[in-house]
Design a protein around this ligand. Structure first.
Ligand code: PLP
Length: 355
């Protein structure tokens, strides 16, 4: 049995794979989900249900729109300033890793980025705490979970300016108060569904203020007016996301999965802190519940441990090249039994290598 700790695309529930593959063969009257028009009532119902499930699961208040777009979170790095910033204006960003950095890079096409704080000097192993957000910022942007470094910001920084969040790797993993945000975006491939769709949750009233000329495909308003079907949407990706959101609802929703996620993270960090062969890479108070990064006290043992773990069913635990060591991504669909299996291997490895 393989335990999939991959960082993204990542594990989804087996039952979702079964249902999705069935729909490839026969979605409706013998027709595949891959061959029907996105304008059929059947597919329109899929989009409607997917949007409804996002709203329900995250308790999205009135006045917000939910979109399923393409281009990944990376396109949102540019769409956000294009839609929310005007020339001569400044947007504030918290720099907590590679993804935040890539988002910052795109701002220069539309205005100025003001980095309120960074943890770059420490290879992003913590979340900066003391910073102030200038009140004349067009918006404030942060990354809630830093997938590569394994840090997570569970609270929303206090500010009067609109708040934009890249929630790609922890959306749907914990209860959030959407009213604290003005725009949330997330590439689907970590907790929502397969790659190919991007979820955007946007407060309608923040739109329509920029003086930028926006191409239709990059204009949130066009996509809102088109109900996420301004053009052909990623039909299959949305369908599988809808199935996965149904699964999440059937599990008791976000509050229930959050309890499991806390238990999984606790089990793994407890072992990392207890086992003298391993150590965490991040500030304890900023540790992510989704991506657990750790190294070995003796770096020479990292290769042997990786080999041992892979031979024993572990998939995707090699750390990102900019951190090294190991990263276990423990997204919603990963069962706690997989975490227990990894913990056992860590213990077994330590025993074997003890003098
Ligand atoms: C994976 C990830 C991205 C990149 O998403 P794409 O859909 O590949 O563009 C951006 N931000 C965060 C926090 C991520 O985890």
């Amino acid at each position: 049995m393989r335990h999939n700790f991959g960082a993204g695309p990542c594990i989804l529930p087996q039952e979702v794979f079964k249902q999705a593959s069935q729909a490839v063969l026969d979605f409706k009257d013998g027709l595949s989900i891959l061959e029907i028009s996105h304008r059929t009532p059947e597919f329109e119902a899929v989009v409607a249900e997917a949007v409804k499930l996002v709203k329900e699961l995250l308790n999205v208040p009135e006045g917000y729109s939910v979109l399923f777009l393409q281009g990944g979170a990376s396109l949102q790095f540019a769409m956000v300033p294009m839609n929310l910033l005007s020339e001569g204006q400044t947007a504030s960003y918290l720099e907590t890793g590679v993804w935040a950095n890539k988002a910052i890079k795109e701002v220069k096409h539309f205005g100025k980025a003001n980095v309120v704080a960074t943890s770059k000097e420490a290879n992003f192993t913590y979340i900066p705490k003391d910073f102030s957000i200038p009140e004349d910022s067009a918006y404030f942007h942060f990354t809630s979970n830093n997938t590569i470094y394994g840090t997570e910001l569970l609270t929303v920084p206090v500010t009067k300016v609109p708040v934009v969040c890249d929630m790609s790797s922890d959306i749907m993993s914990r209860v959030i108060d959407v009213s604290q945000y003005d725009l949330i975006y997330a590439g689907a491939q970590k907790n929502i569904g397969p790659a190919g769709a991007t979820v955007v949750i946007i407060k309608d009233e923040i739109l329509g203020k920029t003086t930028n000329k926006i191409p239709s495909m990059l204009d949130y308003k066009q996509h809102i007016d088109g109900g996420s079907m301004y053009n052909t949407p990623p039909v299959f990706a949305i369908y599988v996301a809808m199935l996965n959101l149904r699964w999440l609802k059937s599990k008791g929703g976000v509050a229930e999965i959050e309890k499991e996620n806390i238990a999984k993270a606790k089990a793994l960090y407890t072992e990392i802190d207890r086992n003298p062969f391993f150590k965490g890479t991040c500030a304890v108070e900023d540790r992510s519940r989704m991506n657990v990064c750790f190294v070995m006290e003796n770096p020479e043992l990292e290769k042997p441990f990786l080999k041992f773990a892979e031979e024993n069913g572990m998939e995707g635990i090699k750390g990102h090249r900019s951190v090294g060591g190991f990263r276990a991504s423990i997204y919603n669909a990963l069962p706690i039994t997989s975490v227990h299996a990894l913990v056992e291997l860590m213990q077994e490895f330590a025993e074997k290598n003890q003098k």
